[in-house]
Design a protein around this ligand. Structure first.
Ligand code: GCU
Length: 841
């Protein structure tokens, strides 16, 4: 074959192998690093696993090493059955204890905490010793991660986890749906039971073990008592069997009222002897099936969930009934601090942010020592910016864990790129200064600060059956980073990210730089075009938690109030004039939040109620900051599209295209956000934008201003989510609509954007014409593609933009859009925008 044919064949192989990348292997792709002869020779040739049994974490580690090294380097390792410690060219893997006994060499072993490991690579001699088999498995994944990133250097280090509890929570329902999940249905449940095919569960276990997660709660905190039928307990045992070889223990969420709802008792009073016995029996039955069960998670007395208050019992009584049942089996009881009552804004000082401390502080010391109180990072609910939950500083005699969210419930639902570690670190690195001493959140949750034996981490992850796991390839950086931070919270966000990029997309420098830049821009950008200055995210909290609806924050019982009126905005949480929330923090921190001059701008509206004209540290007024930030945020994410497009050819086609679709969508939806929030506060305050952008859209043609046939104007609600507050819809659900106009823009080349609404329950079709020549067609099918919670209305969730680039337009051209409705979706249109190069309107 001549050289050219070789090259063609290689190119064909490369592109076709690359096309097979669908995200299922996440960061464990083990892509070839092109190991040359020199590197090949320098690698070990065999694995000696000390005392390994099949189905144990050590057995898993051995198989993973064999598969991984072969895929990454092309070298096939033999597995040696004997326990020979000094063979050359070997990966020796085992527990420290076995190493001591079998190899009789203990002089050099560094001290390891539970689950820790020691990794030493010297040429073709590799030694991986774990404090436990689980630790050895972590060491194997670490070694493979090095090789997969092309790192063949000699290393010698030991590492141990920051905290013993490193769990994930799935909010999976028994019918197979997932609360706040954006990537398909459950990999565990369907039709009220446990699925028979647990292949995806095994693949999930592998991903989680590689980031050193050691526990998983498999069902929703809003739990269904039927999980505890004998048949379902058998199913849970099957799940546990799948996770065990990966060193991961499973646990479950419980419904507090189960003794009554399922057990046939007439009470679920946690101090009633029959209830205590019932939970004891259930727990014993579970441990018979799952001897290593991790424990329970309970959401009680919150958002309609039953709890001990029904019987005038305390939350500690509630938690302890489970703790007692678990204790003989060594199980852990995670009890959620997310407890609050519905409120009435006419008594605005009844502050939801105060709830956790009010409910838990006086119970400090009353929880059993196998109880961990699981605390969301902020006082309210996974918002784009919150102060640290003050509860972390109010429990000295109680184990605590932090609860993070990998699933982006309020943060773009995996349809907006948001790399979360910088947000998490704003919490983890925060020093609460309890008793005027260093009290960094990460040291509180590890148990170190208050000398507690237990503690750690939980993250709501919510993977689903979608091949991408979370709905978007780039969202997987958050799951990866969660595991890395739970092991080592001082690790650097960029370093973690870059490891993930190399493992997920390869080692090209431009790929690395581009995805790093986009990811590190993403949180500030999202905060900018959603809710600024600590006002909260401003999503619709009464409906999907997705698109903009600032009015939904106020005048209801959920207590996520902004108290915005014509002149002022923000929650006064001071002790002096407000809800007293600032006083829940230790004195040094309280002094900062109490004082408007000292409160950082990014939490100003969390702690203070101010006029829109209040001047920030930056010198800008609050309202002008809103306007400017929203423009800056939306502008930042417009750049994601060309940035990503610069990676064309450097990534496999499937993942490249899937991400491009999302980033184009995000660019459009960020403009929906920008305009909605700006319009809303401009209307409320009456204060115009100093830079005359808000309400001025020179490059738009409003649909309602066009000549309409079969279409009629429609006043959108919330008003601010449509340009000029109005869209058009077809006059019936079967009428084809036409909107046309003569263009007055200067002749030139434009990117033509069309803003429309894509509702759930219909797939309308639109066609765009210039002078009766078709320029573009599209369909309202994003509910099948994007994965965010859809909407059945015309609103900020269904508002969407499609862009047709590089269209030549002449002054006087005739623009026409034809909309064909479908189902309940009346082909809604908001506006058409003609964007000259560099303009974002
Ligand atoms: C949020 C979320 C709910 C969830 C709750 C919780 O409010 O929207 O879906 O049940 O948190 O954490 O329990």
């Amino acid at each position: 074959m001549e050289l050219r044919s070789h090259l063609v064949l290689l190119w064909w192989l490369w592109t076709n192998i690359a096309v097979a990348e669908n995200g299922l292997n996440g960061w464990l792709r083990y892509a070839s690093v092109g190991c040359n002869q020199h590197c090949y020779r320098a690698l070990p040739s065999r694995v000696v696993a000390l005392n390994s049994t099949q189905g144990s974490p050590l057995g898993t580690a051995t198989e993973e090493l064999q598969t991984g090294v072969h895929a990454i380097t092309g070298k096939r390792l033999t597995i040696t059955e004997d326990d020979e410690c000094s063979r050359p060219s070997t990966i020796l893997i085992g527990t420290v204890e076995d190493y001591r006994q079998i190899c009789r060499n203990s002089s050099t072993i560094p001290a390891l905490d539970i689950d820790g490991f020691w990794l030493r690579t010297q040429g073709n001699a590799v030694q991986i010793l774990g404090q436990s088999e689980r630790g050895a498995l972590y060491g194997a994944f670490e070694y493979l991660s090095m090789l997969a990133q092309g790192n063949f250097s000699s290393v010698d280090y030991s590492t141990s986890p920051h905290a013993p509890v490193r769990w994930v929570n799935q909010w999976d329902n028994m019918d197979g749906s997932i609360e706040r999940g954006y990537a398909g249905s459950s990999i565990f449940f369907a039709n009220g039971g446990i699925v028979s095919d647990l292949t995806r569960a095994k693949e999930y276990a592998r991903l989680l073990a590689s980031i050193r997660i050691n526990g998983i709660i498999v069902n929703n905190v809003n739990a269904n008592a039927t999980l505890l039928t004998a048949e379902n307990m058998d199913g849970l045992a099957r799940i546990a069997n799948v996770f065990r070889p990966y060193g991961i223990r499973i646990g479950i969420s419980l419904n507090f009222a189960s003794p009554k709802a399922l057990g046939g008792l007439d009470t679920y009073d946690p101090l009633n002897p029959s209830v205590i016995a019932w939970w004891g029996n259930i727990t014993d039955s579970l441990y018979e099936r799952i001897p290593d069960m991790a424990g329970y998670l309970v959401k009680a007395s919150s958002e309609g969930q039953p709890g001990p208050e029904t019987y005038n019992r305390s939350l500690a009584d509630g938690a302890n009934v489970f703790a007692h049942a678990l204790k003989p089996h060594g199980g852990v009881m995670m009890f959620r601090a997310f407890v609050y009552n519905q409120l009435n804004e006419s008594v605005w000082t009844d502050d939801r942010a105060n709830a956790q401390v009010n409910f838990f502080k006086h119970l400090d010391g009353e929880f059993e020592d196998n109880v961990i109180v699981q605390i969301k990072y902020g006082p309210i609910d996974f918002q784009v910016r919150e102060p640290v939950s003050p509860l972390f500083a109010n429990l000295y005699h109680t184990n605590t864990a932090i609860e993070l969210q990998v699933t982006q419930e309020y943060l773009g639902q995996q349809c907006h790129l948001l790399y979360l570690p910088p947000l998490w670190k704003s919490i983890l690195d925060f020093d609460l200064r309890v008793d005027h001493s260093p009290s960094v959140v990460r040291d509180i949750i590890s148990g170190e600060r208050f000398d507690r034996p237990l503690g750690g981490w939980a993250a709501v992850v919510n993977v689903g059956t979608n091949n991408t796991w979370l709905g978007s390839h780039l969202s997987m950086s958050n799951l990866y980073a969660y595991g890395r931070l739970a092991w080592s919270p001082t690790a650097d966000s960029v370093e973690i990210l870059q490891d993930w990029i190399r493992l997920t997309f390869g080692r090209d420098q431009h790929v690395l730089d581009t995805i790093t830049d986009m990811s590190m821009t993403s949180w500030p950008a999202y905060e900018n075009y959603t809710g600024n200055l600590g006002v909260q995210t401003l999503t619709d909290i009464l409906y999907t938690h997705y698109g903009p609806n600032p009015a939904s924050q106020d005048n209801n019982g959920w207590g996520q109030w902004t108290r915005a009126d014509h002149y002022t905005i923000g929650m006064d949480r001071t002790v002096m004039n407000g809800t007293g929330n600032a006083g829940q923090y230790p004195a040094e921190i309280a002094a900062v939040y109490e004082d408007i001059e000292k409160t950082p701008d990014d939490l100003l509206l969390w702690f203070h109620h101010v006029p829109y004209t209040h001047r920030l540290d930056s010198g800008k007024s609050v309202i002008q900051h809103f306007y400017d930030a929203h423009y800056a945020g939306a502008e930042a994410v417009q750049k994601f599209v060309p940035q990503w497009e610069s990676l064309r050819g450097l990534l496999d086609t499937e993942r490249y295209e899937a991400m491009r679709t999302r980033l184009v969508y995000q660019a459009g939806h960020s403009i929906v956000w920008r305009d909605s929030i700006n319009n809303f506060y401009w209307n409320l305050s009456g204060i115009p934008d100093e830079n005359a952008r808000v309400g001025h859209h020179p490059w738009r043609v409003e649909a309602e201003s066009m000549h309409l046939e079969g279409y009629r104007p429609y006043a959108v609600s919330p008003f601010e989510t449509a340009s000029n507050y109005t869209s058009i819809v077809t006059s019936t659900n079967t009428t084809i609509g036409t909107a046309s106009t003569t263009l007055k823009f200067p002749s030139g080349t434009y990117n033509v954007g069309v803003n429309y609404f894509d509702m759930y329950g219909g797939q309308s079709k639109w066609s765009l014409y210039l002078n009766d020549k078709i320029v573009g067609r599209w369909e309202g099918n994003s509910e099948d593609i994007l994965g965010h919670t859809p909407s059945i209305y015309l609103d900020g969730h269904s508002a969407i933009r499609i862009t047709f680039p590089g269209i030549k337009v002449h002054r006087g051209d005739r623009l026409k859009i034809v909309g064909v409705p479908d189902g309940v979706e009346p082909a809604p249109l908001d506006y058409v925008v003609f964007l000259p190069a560099g303009v974002v309107d």
